[in-house]
Design a protein around this ligand. Structure first.
Ligand SMILES: [Zn+2]
Length: 141
């Protein structure tokens, strides 16, 4: 199976959606602040992300990131933990559209799907809100 990344059009759409800001902005001094690329929240190698159409390369599985952070969150355990808390990096089995993502641009938690971004209204970075799975009525996290 060939695993491909985001298309240039998707990358541009992610950068626009996320206000051009790196999702790890503010976590360490080396972050460029401005995003350069689209990050896979659930790594491509982790397989399918949803049985409801959210693909590995779908917009719901993407967030804007800078080159520096994109490398560091794979190698620095402390930053990796922050990335997991912010919804920037997910665990296998997570459904990206149901895990809140911290948006430095909106300064609040958001829900991103393949087709939309929803402001969740929670501005406390320390408290990631739970997203209700509207199909099952259960809390997704
Ligand atoms: Zn960064």
């Amino acid at each position: 199976m060939t695993v491909t990344g985001f298309t240039p059009e998707q990358r541009d759409a992610v950068l626009l959606r996320d206000g051009g800001m790196c999702a790890m902005r503010g976590t360490h001094d080396q972050c460029r602040g401005r995003a350069d690329d689209a990050n896979h929240r659930l790594n491509r190698g982790a397989g399918g992300t949803s049985d409801r159409g959210t693909g590995k390369n779908g917009m719901g599985n993407a967030c804007a990131i800078c080159f520096v952070c994109n490398g560091l969150i794979e190698s620095d355990p402390e930053l990796a933990a922050i990335a997991r808390h912010r919804g920037v990096k997910l665990e296998q089995g997570d459904r990206p559209e149901l895990v809140a993502l911290w948006s430095p641009f909106f300064r609040q938690w958001v829900q991103v799907t393949d087709h939309a971004l929803y402001l969740l209204g929670e501005t406390d970075l320390t408290a990631r809100p739970e997203i209700l799975d509207t199909e099952t009525g259960e809390i997704a996290l």
